[in-house]
Write a new protein. Sequence first.
Length: 272
Amino acid sequence: MKYRQPSLRLLSCVFASALWCASPAHAIVNGTSTTSFTAVGELGGASGVLIADNWVLTAAHVANGLTVGSSSFDSLSGASLIDAVYTFSSAAFPNNDIALVHLTTALDTATPILNDQVIKNNQVASLGTLTMATAQNQTPNGFATTLASGAIITNTQNNVTSTVNWLITDGQAYLQGGDSGSALFKGVVSDSAGSLLLGIASAALTGDTGNSEGSAFVQVANYKSWINATMASSGQKAIWASSVPEPSTLALYAMAGLAILAFRTGHFGRNG
């Protein structure tokens, strides 16, 4: 697939002087309001995704506008003040646009599973339908289904090359002002709990005519080591796709044995 380089547009209204921002009923264009996606919350006029009790993943340009001790993460699962912000070491929009935010109070909600396999351009077609979800300008959240149209590692704007690690979605449904830091999930999902998180919203893409050509999401898989190391400071960790526990062979045998025992106990009980 040949990918034509579009123009970039920041999504967060934190930088209103340099952005086009809007506050429609449903921030995702062609999206639908929902009371689900409990791990997706409002963060400093944009969005973030809760990936552990005290940790929120968001875009670096969103995190840069937060104030420790006064900014908060507000979601359907509750609200908590921010006590620390960690941006990726070389983050400078659009370069490595990802950050972690630590919350003062733990929020008890089921979190998404993080994708740990980097998606390359030749794998995009096999992804199928995806789901984007945001918490800004929603009542309270909004979501839409979309398709991936490309994956790029570097982006060149004004002769400056940046490491973006983006997964690009098409323009059938797209993000706008206030949607930075929101989520992109694999498949058609109705909630964030247990869903596979592919990316965090970074930028809107526009063509030469100014029309939207889709949205850019930073792939979380590219930052697995950094996310793990940062969260380790508090003894917490995210759930990654490869770390989802599966029953061992011994456990399966044990379960089968218990099932047989239960069957026999029930059988003899009825005839005893």
